[in-house]
Design a protein around this ligand. Structure first.
Ligand code: UD1
Length: 455
């Protein structure tokens, strides 16, 4: 899979203040893909996954699966074949792989479910708070697993020959815990009921993938999931749903640059929380079938919001949204309701001229008329996307370093943005410039970008 990157550190150089205009095709959902890939471990045989995004987290998962003995093909045009027949939990994956991504925690549920044993290092991912996994472990224990930690790794082991179905109430509606407990419970003996679960659309996607493998999961998308354990599962073919955070990022970038952007291959309903706020801010939003169009001719109005689990405003779209609100007329308040520490992009945004004050878990944003380019550093995936959007709107040149964070979750980010009319160049550490002008055609339909004139 061509990620438009190599292993060297990269930065993006943006000459800003140009509207983004055109169509951008949205890829498969990162947070669904990184759960469905380990889910394939639950059955022996060859699975085919499609609409996978061309992002580095998928490459990392591919490396992890190979380490566990699965035979995988390099993803091509969003399609990946995974033969899990020879996978084994005996070789615990190297810590550097496990720490490179958050979703490595799904190996615990999937390996425990199929083999009754897993040994996996604590996960990594974006540094946006403490991010404990106590609810995942509580779920495994309730299903009858013994859990302990050893040299920085979590070891989970079924007490008998199979896990036992159980009643589990989550203290927080955690996305990761909901999926991980589903993965462990599908092959358990008897029925599992999980209450106070997260309701994100990718939980429904993972449940439907599991059901296509022979599992019996009902209620995904509601706050209670019931799982009737089965003896065995079979390999599957599954297409990943579109990525609503990638879509939200381009929608916000279009609005912030006073552009006109149409998102192709989206589920408009999944974007409701974001498009509703864009509408309140005075941005024109049109949608139909599988597309959403965002057009902004003037300065947005200030709006306030609080991030919440789905169907609330997504925490992952909050850093980009703060850039738009930094340019709005008036004062906006943004409260972070999911993670306790997610404002580390604010310091870098302030260096570009935003007027943002953080008070606990709330940011008070006084809108400014213009931003100015400077050198800034991406500290995590969504913070990096926010800084790029700020650079697209800023006067002068912006250099965003540590773009490898962004490559974890946005496929061909700079190429897609360039095809929408931006002046953006990727430079690898050492000064090599990469040509972003050819667009992301190498990724087939998940990367197609077509320009059209602004109306
Ligand atoms: C996932 C997503 C991430 C998204 C987040 C919220 C992946 C790989 N990542 O992260 O992009 O921002 O959902 O939509 O899918 N918590 C606990 N104990 C636990 C688990 C979570 O206290 O065992 C807390 C967390 O600290 C956080 C909240 O619950 O405050 C929500 O976290 P969770 O939904 O689990 O997020 P992640 O799965 O880490």
């Amino acid at each position: 899979m061509d990620l438009g990157r190599d292993d060297k550190l990269a930065e993006l150089i943006i000459s800003g203040d140009k509207p983004l205009c055109g169509e951008v095709t949205i890829g498969g959902r990162k947070n669904s893909a990184v759960a469905v890939i380990p889910a394939t471990l639950l059955a022996a045989g060859t699975n085919t996954l499609s609409n996978l995004p061309a992002i580095s987290d998928i490459c990392t998962y591919n490396d992890i699966l190979r380490h566990l003995g699965a035979v995988t093909q390099e993803p091509s045009n969003g399609v990946m074949r995974i033969d899990t027949s020879k996978a084994t939990p005996e070789k615990s994956p190297p810590l550097e792989m496990v720490k490179a991504i958050r979703a490595s925690y799904y190996l615990l549920g999937a390996l425990l479910g199929r083999f009754g044993y897993a040994r996996v290092g604590f996960p990594g991912g974006c540094n946006i708070g403490q991010r404990p996994i106590d609810q995942h472990l509580k779920g495994f224990k309730t299903l009858g697993a013994k859990v302990h930690t050893d040299h920085g790794e979590v070891v989970v082991e079924a007490s008998g020959s199979r896990l036992q179905g159980a009643h589990i109430y989550l203290d927080v509606a955690s996305v990761g815990a909901t999926i991980n407990i589903m993965l462990a419970a599908v092959l358990a003996e008897g029925t599992t009921v999980i209450e106070n679960v997260a309701r994100e659309p990718h939980i429904v996607d993972v449940a439907s993938c599991l059901n296509s493998m022979g599992a019996k999961v009902v209620g995904a998308g509601t706050d209670t999931i019931k799982i009737h354990g089965v003896q065995e599962m079979q390999p599957t073919s599954h297409a990943i749903i579109p990525d609503e955070i990638e879509a939200a990022t381009y929608a916000i970038a279009g609005a912030a640059t006073r552009g006109d952007v149409t998102l192709i291959n989206v589920v408009p309903k999944h974007l409701d929380a974001v498009t509703a706020k864009l509408g309140e801010a005075g941005i024109r939003v049109e949608e139909n079938g599988d597309w959403v169009r965002i057009a902004a001719a003037k300065r947005p109005r200030a709006v306030s919001l609080k991030t919440l689990p789905y169907p609330g405003f997504p925490t992952d779209a909050m850093p980009p949204m703060m850039v738009l609100l930094s340019l709005a007329e008036g004062t906006s308040m943004v409260s972070e309701g999911v993670f306790e520490n997610r404002f580390d992009h604010v310091e870098e945004l302030q260096r570009m001229g935003t007027n943002v004050r953080v008070e606990g878990r709330t940011a008070v944003i006084e809108g400014v008329k213009r931003l100015h380019g400077t050198s800034v550093k991406a500290t995590n995936l969504r913070a990096g996307a926010a800084l790029v959007i700020a650079g697209l709107r800023a006067e002068g040149e912006t250099v965003v370093s540590c773009i490898e964070h962004v490559d974890r979750g946005y496929e061909h980010f700079d190429k897609k943005i360039k095809a929408l009319g931006a002046d953006i160049t990727r430079v690898q550490d050492g000064g090599d410039e990469e040509d972003s002008s050819d667009g992301p055609a190498d990724d087939g339909d998940s990367g197609q970008v077509v320009s059209f004139s602004q109306s």
